[in-house]
Design a protein around this ligand. Structure first.
Ligand SMILES: [Zn+2]
Length: 154
């Protein structure tokens, strides 16, 4: 029965993709929405929260389909909020990571460390920052690729 819900949701997403402008699709992040639905489906057998989220998403997408002629900010805001909550559940409970999470994280760590080392060791903040950033990007990109290989990326 749950499989039907998943199919229904995916069908609406596909329909939205073909009717909405690229800009609106991107605003709703439909590609990612699709991946999230697949993830929920794969965990729903053993996770009640994922089951409930799938049911809520079905209602949500049915409403979204009704409003397809004109989204207002409120609709998009609600949509993002909903997916934000689901993604944080997938991260906390099912140990998944969002795309490029490590890249963003290590880049900012690299920049801060680069600034500190730039100031203390090189006595030149402008030198330390780009070095730290590059190292951070290198490490983060490697960890992202690893997570993707393990199938842990949302
Ligand atoms: Zn779950």
């Amino acid at each position: 029965m749950l499989e039907n819900h998943v199919e229904d949701i995916l069908m609406i997403i596909r329909k939205l993709k073909s009717t909405l402008s690229k800009e609106s699709s991107k605003k709703l992040d439909l590609d990612k929405n699709e991946r999230v639905v697949h993830r929920l489906a794969s965990f729903s057998e053993n996770c009640e929260v994922c089951q409930q989220e799938l049911l809520a998403l079905k209602d949500h997408f049915i409403q979204l389909e009704d409003k397809v002629d004109g989204f207002d900010m409120e609709v998009i805001k609600q949509h993002k909020k909903m997916f934000h909550a689901i993604v944080s559940h997938l991260q906390k409970k099912h140990k998944l990571v969002p795309e490029n999470m490590y890249l963003t994280l290590y880049m900012s760590i690299g920049i801060s460390l680069g600034m500190v080392f730039g100031l203390t060791i090189f006595d030149n903040i402008a030198l330390g920052m780009p070095i730290g950033m590059c190292l951070g990007i290198g490490i983060g990109a490697g960890l992202d690729a690893d997570a993707k290989k393990k199938g842990m990326t949302i």
